[in-house]
Write a protein that binds this ligand. Sequence first.
Ligand code: SF4
Length: 702
Amino acid sequence: SVGLVEPEKKVDSTCPYCGVGCLLTFNVRDNKILYVGGRDGDTNHSRLCVKGRFGFDYVHNPLRLTKPLIRKEGAAKTTELLDPQDIDQVFREATWEEALDFAASGLRKIRDEKGPRALAGFGSAKGSNEEAYLFQKLVRTGFGTNNVDHCTRLCHASSVAALLECIGSGAVSNPVEDVAKAEVVIVIGSNPTVNHPVAATWFKNAVRNGTKLIVMDPIRTEICRFAAYSLQFRPDTYVALLNAIMHAIVAEGLCNEEYIRKHTEGFEQLRDHLKDYDPDRMAPVCGIPAETIREVARLYATSKAAMILWGIGVSRHVHGTDNARCLISLALMTGQIGRPGTGLHPLRGQNNVQGASDVGLIPMVYPDYQPVGDAGVCTKFEKLWQTQLDPKPGLTVVEIIHAIHDGKLTGLYVEGENPAMSDPNQNHAREALAMLEHCVVQDIFLTETAGFADVILPASAFPEKTGTFTNTDRRVQLGRQAIDPPGDARQDWWIIPEIAWRMGLEWSYSGPKDVFDEMRQAMVSIAGITWDRLEREVSVIYPCEQEGDPGEPVIFVEDFPRKGGRGLFVPAAFSRANELPDDEYPFVFITGRQLEHWHTGSMTRHASVLDAIEPDPVVSIHPLDLEALGGKPGELISIESRRGKISAYARIDAGLQPGSLFMAFCYNEASANLITNEALDPYGKIPEFKFCAVKIAPGGKL
Ligand code: SF4
């Protein structure tokens, strides 16, 4: 023996980070996770990326919240972020009883005095389906409003808006593993090596076996090394490029006329619309040669099976819904959907953003995307939940922040979200949070948002609870509790009903399984999935409407879940980004994620290995731009927009187009969202995180 500590138990679970939903095993001793191993299953076949394998020790970080906290009398709220070292100056410890009473009474007071719509809730895409279901139910039945949303609004809301409109379902048509069956794979607006690393390995394996990969992205990323075509187009010209590809398909007679006739509607309007998008005209707009556009069009349209996967590069624009509409039209006009190796796959970000959306953590739909405005649907949920519901759809994330700023909304319950880092134009968002009359935050760390709270409820981390999670493939999987929460921290499924009771609701759940059983009544898509089956099987993919159904990895085989069963072509007109570079702000600023850090960094920056690899804020810049600035790699540069200014260490990246910068939004000492633009896509209500105008200068200070 060399003194290795042996685990005393192994607990099968899933990864808490991205939507790939890799299966893993926690190896545990003395309530500590010693290490993590990959587990076999369809999503990952035992593969894990650096986050899944080494990113788990955030749960043991000494900065974990272990006691309920109440803001001290006289501790004023300012727009400054609270340093965790100063937590005792602002908050005092409380018992659970006192904290829950305080949290609920503040929310109740606002509801009763100002009306339900003066309240809102931000739920979490990192929690389980059961927690998300309970949270939206609490806001709808206890607060009395549909003002409930989560980070899908900052992620794929525009993709979902387009998918629901055009093909009647917001989820993927085919699982990631189908890339192995595709002749051609388009990956657009996505850097999978960083954001969906294990999925990226399947893309690379497919290429090795003969699949042709077409990457389209404003940034030339690592996956381009495997691409037959790499189209590095201008950052806000998705619609111009995709319409030009479709123009070429129509012009060369490559449409699947039979599929269009049998399965779609609206093609004539699209064909007329595309006349303005000749590749020769669009080439100078998007920066891709017309012949390349035509070659890609031929390759995609004529292949036996072609699949499109996209990331938030597509959706995080003011024209994000239009971008996704084009991708859907491309699949429909060529009949590249409804078979293995074809279809549409928006790669979902957080580990449970698919599930949180499915269970209704969205202001305009109830569970299973049933519209709030539909009287019949409303009556159904009133019967199930035994209460009257607000018939008006609620506000979205950024709209809620605006409503707080305007003084119309004064109470907020934040469960596991971090709007003080994730929302655009942070100076405005933090001003709004500081204005709240009553703010309840439930989280595992003193997040940047928790510093604005009136009461903080210490919650459970992923390995400290059991629940179901739905990955990007529509796969429902069990996350199992491996360790106990620290100190007095409690499981979220317990905290939410405690608030509900105090808001006057008579809930009675004995555990997540009880909640899941109620979800099956509310959601026909998962009605056939039993908890016992999830215990037995590695995962079950929905739709699974009857017990015993195998689940459907490939959907839209016969028709689409729209009235009449046909897919709809929705033409999209090209328009530029909301804020264009000019003489004063000549650079384009693009935000996203890094391999080692996840979203606002609340978990990964507390994970020792990950934070050691990427400890400081960096901004990627083209080497020619850095040279012109007179800077060197590793030196600080400042980045300033019309909304704010930050500094970060320069990192050269020749994959960027000159004149553009890229930065992750996980660093609170240099929050990229201090300078992003809050302009919204009119349909998906998603902010334009992927494009704003900035100027840069050497130097600066963190
Ligand atoms: Fe976790 Fe995603 Fe990495 Fe898999 S690819 S280990 S789910 S972060």
